[in-house]
Design a protein around this ligand. Structure first.
Ligand code: ADP
Ligand code: MG
Length: 292
């Protein structure tokens, strides 16, 4: 096949996926470490192209982001020391203020701007806007690290109905208006559930779940929630993977069709997952998927 023929074949391969996913919500968590391309700018630009393409073929993408590395960098720049209690990081009032400033003032508008290079699609919100994320302290001794108590997706429905792409910074608030920093992996899962999303997708810095963290050949291509529970229980899933896997299993048990853990370092990995026949990364099957 000549080059033009290959391009045509790729577009034709995408057709059934475009039909199947038209109008469907896909929640994508963009990781602080998930970088394709040679610079942060390149990574954002590649990611933005994927999100805009999804939107232009009729899907309803929703972006959730963290910003741990950027928060740490700002803390260092401000000369702010992190306190630990029993090995756990304490988020005091000043630290949650810095987190809010970095997430909503820096990381969020970067993502929004990268998407809007292609048209006026993205709108940035934090979990405080429209009361999207209600939170409570995980442990008062650790300060303002929050757990999600509830999600009110009203503001997201409004944006999606107006054909915008919501980009969400994961700051939540309690009933007194106190802000909390919340794990972005957890928020992505809860938002996918609240929107009854077709897919929940985590972009991270590894090719997917491994049966042996040290062995790249041990990639798990597909699993269901029960299989993943066992891998968490036996310690196979560790560190930063735990909140992702816990969110994936919870989400597919609460109405989300499938969850995916993908390598954000691969250029256009979202397009490869959604629009091609070649399975990529790890797919966590939901019950609806099994019944299909
Ligand atoms: P992100 O910025 O995407 O949240 P994290 O560092 O928090 O990234 O989580 C991804 C990391 O989880 C991987 O780089 C890997 O070191 C670790 N990890 C732990 N257990 C596993 C596993 N079983 N399979 C794959 N990665 C794992
Ligand atoms: Mg993480």
């Amino acid at each position: 096949m000549d080059a033009a023929g290959v391009k045509a074949a790729v577009l034709v391969e995408a057709l059934p996926y475009i039909r199947r996913f038209a109008g469907k919500v896909v929640v994508v968590k963009y990781g602080g470490n998930a970088l394709a391309g040679t610079s942060e700018h390149d990574a954002l630009a590649l990611f933005a192209e994927d999100i805009v393409l999804m939107r232009l073929v009729g899907m309803r993408p929703v972006v959730v982001h963290g910003g741990g590395p950027q928060i740490s960098e700002m803390m260092a720049r401000l000369g702010k020391q992190t306190e630990f209690v029993d090995g756990l990081r304490v988020t005091d009032a000043e630290t949650v203020g810095i987190a809010r400033m970095v997430l909503k003032g820096q990381v969020n508008p970067q993502l929004v701007a990268a998407i809007n290079v292609h048209g006026n699609f993205a709108v940035g919100v934090s979990g405080v806007d429209g009361g999207l994320i209600r939170a409570e302290a995980r442990d008062p001794a650790l300060g303002y690290v929050g757990d999600v108590t509830s999600i009110d997706p009203g503001v997201l429905h409004g944006l999606l109905d107006d054909e915008f792409i919501p980009v969400i910074a994961t700051i939540g608030s309690d009933e007194t208006g106190q802000a909390y920093n919340i794990n972005a992996d957890t928020v992505a899962g809860r938002i996918a559930e609240a929107l009854q999303a077709e897919k929940l997708v985590y972009l991270t810095d590894i090719e997917g779940l491994r049966r042996d963290v040290g062995d790249a050949a041990s990639l798990i291509r597909q699993a269901d929630a029960d299989e993943l529970d066992a891998l968490v229980a036996d310690g196979t899933i560790a560190g930063g993977m735990i909140p992702k896997v816990a969110s994936c299993t919870h989400a597919v048990r609460h109405g989300v069709h499938n969850a995916h853990i993908l390598d954000g370092r691969i250029a256009h990995v979202l397009l490869l997952e959604i629009f091609t026949d070649s399975g990529i990364g790890t797919m966590i099957r939901g019950n609806q998927e099994a019944a299909r």
